[in-house]
Design a protein around this ligand. Structure first.
Ligand code: CTP
Ligand code: MG
Length: 237
């Protein structure tokens, strides 16, 4: 049976957030944002190990106490210039810390998606357990889509049928993911599935039924705060 590992790329700067502090360390529900994703992943009984990939110069991580996750968490200071490079560097470094087999599952999850809950994580793992390729959490596009010209005038309306917004975790076999990222590292891809697609595979989309949006702009953080508060009131773990 393959093992499951999680890898959390957290070496970005959060430039669209417009804050000096990288967004993964902005405070959300009294914790640095990255805490929430790490907690959900570490609490999963299926996941053997959670690797967090930080920038080699990261000064923030050590300011917090991570002892509650010490039985599951490994921190790797090997982030790169792009998300894909951070993931690839993390995947290269992980076997030095823990035995990882070629067919083991890797769940790559953005540090900037603090709203992932256990039920949706399990949904993904269960849906893909017997899949040869793997896949990702995603949501069907809800809004009408407009394509603009350079002046922000509508050129056409794009049909939204069969269009999905990719989320994370994205779950692929270790070797397939390493090979795919390695071959596409100069292609400006922004998620792991794109690398797998470039190899000619067809990752499966698993419809995420709860909030799991990425914190990109300040208003996303405000909304996430409200959602976490609401979940606390309803005792959703
Ligand atoms: N990431 C990373 N290494 C990079 C760039 C991004 O590990 N060189 C991580 C981020 O820390 C984040 C995830 O990839 O957890 C998703 O990326 P994104 O939302 O784009 O975060 P940033 O790149 O930090 O933000 P921005 O694009 O606004 O600068
Ligand atoms: Mg980015």
């Amino acid at each position: 049976m393959p093992n499951y590992f999680a890898l959390v790329p957290a070496a970005g700067y959060g430039s669209r957030m417009g804050n000096q502090l990288p967004k993964q360390y902005l405070i959300l529900a009294a914790k640095p944002m990255i805490y929430h994703a790490v907690k959900t992943l570490c609490q999963s009984h299926k996941i053997a190990r959670v690797f967090v990939v930080l920038s080699p110069q990261d000064p923030e991580w050590q300011k917090y106490d991570w002892a509650e996750f010490s039985n599951k968490l490994t921190v790797l200071y090997c982030g790169g210039e792009t998300r894909a490079q951070s993931v690839l560097n993390g995947l290269a470094a992980a076997p030095g810390q823990f035995t990882v087999e070629p067919d083991d599952w890797i769940l790559v999850h953005d540090a900037a998606r603090p709203l992932l809950i256990q039920s949706q994580l399990t949904l993904l793992m269960d849906a893909l357990a017997d899949d040869t390729v793997g896949g990702l959490l995603a949501v069907p596009v809800a809004d009408t889509l407009k394509r603009s010209d350079a002046n922000k005038c509508v050129r056409r309306t794009e049909p939204r049928e069969h269009l999905w917004q990719a989320q994370t975790p994205q779950m692929f076999r270790y070797k397939m993911l390493v090979d795919a990222l390695d071959k596409t590292i100069n292609m400006n891809i922004t998620d792991d599935a794109s690398a797998i697609e470039a190899m000619g595979f067809h990752p499966r989309l698993v419809h995420c039924k709860d909030y799991n949006f990425k914190i990109t702009y300040p208003q996303d953080l405000e909304l996430a705060e409200l959602i976490i508060q609401k979940r606390k009131n309803q005792c959703i773990p």
